[in-house]
Design a protein around this ligand. Structure first.
Ligand SMILES: [Ca+2]
Ligand SMILES: [Ca+2]
Length: 123
């Protein structure tokens, strides 16, 4: 696996801080209530009021025990943070498509990844 360790470490620290922010009673788990309270201020009001929290929570609560463990939370936070909106995709595409011909070749991909990753598996 190719990992930029430096970025991964700071993402992890952010994640820890976020988990603590959500886990208001510090029992190491996030309850549905804690999640709802914690999300306030992170979303816009319309989105907040129109979210089906039970459904949202159930989607994250992989083992269905009614509480979010750190790993469940981390998985959800990570996939949300990396969810690509259409706009992001365009931006990312433009970065990769270095010759601007509208398609991404293997060479362009290699080039793009080479510039963005510190650790490459081959040398
Ligand atoms: Ca808690
Ligand atoms: Ca759970």
């Amino acid at each position: 696996m190719i990992v930029n360790l430096k970025a991964a470490t700071s993402e992890l620290e952010e994640l820890n801080a976020m988990f603590e922010h959500f886990d208001t009673n510090n029992d190491g788990y996030i309850s549905p209530e804690e999640m709802k309270i914690g999300m306030k201020g992170l979303m816009d009001t319309w989105e907040y009021e129109n979210t089906d929290w039970q459904e949202y929570f159930d989607a994250i609560d992989v083992d269905r025990n009614g509480l979010l463990s750190y790993s469940e939370f981390a998985t959800a936070a990570f996939s949300r943070a990396h969810m690509l909106t259409e706009k992001n995709i365009d931006a990312v595409f433009a970065v990769f498509d270095s010759d601007g011909d509208g398609s991404i070749g293997v060479e362009e991909l290699k080039e793009a990844f080479h510039g963005h990753l510190q650790n490459c598996e081959e040398d």
